[in-house]
Design a protein. Sequence first.
Length: 269
Amino acid sequence: MKQFSLILIALLLAGCTDTPDVEELVEKRLLFLYNNQEAKKMVGNKPLVQAPSLNFNLRNPSYIILHHTEEPDCESALQKLTHPATRVSAHYLICKDGSIYQIIDDHKRAWHAGSSRWGTITDVNSVSLGIELDNFGSEPFPEIQVESLIVLLKNLQERYNILPTNILGHGDIAPGRKKDPHCLFPWQKLAEEGLAIMPDSVHFKEIPDDFDYLTALQFIGYDTRNPDDVIEAFRRRYIGCKTQESSTLTLYESELEILMNILYNHQKY
Ligand SMILES: [Zn+2]
């Protein structure tokens, strides 16, 4: 009887091997990565002594990066984000009709941020969740899509204790290289829900003579190595589409005022 059961199990397993499911492939990939790291048992010329402990769990994300897909529709975005050849992905995709797809588990490292920097963080993918919004790149974001985003962000914020200072656009963390989400994205709506930092009112009216706006932007987290790019990123995020035509490469007085108020809101967290 026992033998018969074993044969039956073996047959069932054999039947399953024809179509390995996604979970199985992911586990195989994780095992491969883990084993490769395990092989590194030396640090320079020093042996690395293994002393394993069970006192660990999975790491939680502490940042959320928002993107627009730049694809014609949700279906093609989904294909792009799941096809192995593209080498890009995100944890979530929100379609224009408000439907939400989970593509990568929250605790796994998706490939959405690329070469990015925020403060001293140089590997943003390792600490963040990526959310893609179905949008071709210049069209408005439908209300129902933004509603779904807010519901998802609130859920993630509660689960992982993510600060509003840590919900950012791809364009914030890769100035000059990325512009998403584009200037019509409703950051103000997110700020009203405690999901982003925006300038709210007028805490500061007087700009100090020695106010150094690049240092201020750096304090917020921006990579200011290329000032022109960071000014463009600042305007897209905090002012929107209005000043996109502006060619000036220093901030106007009214923009400095906005920056001062953003700093004020940042230091609350
Ligand atoms: Zn992006």
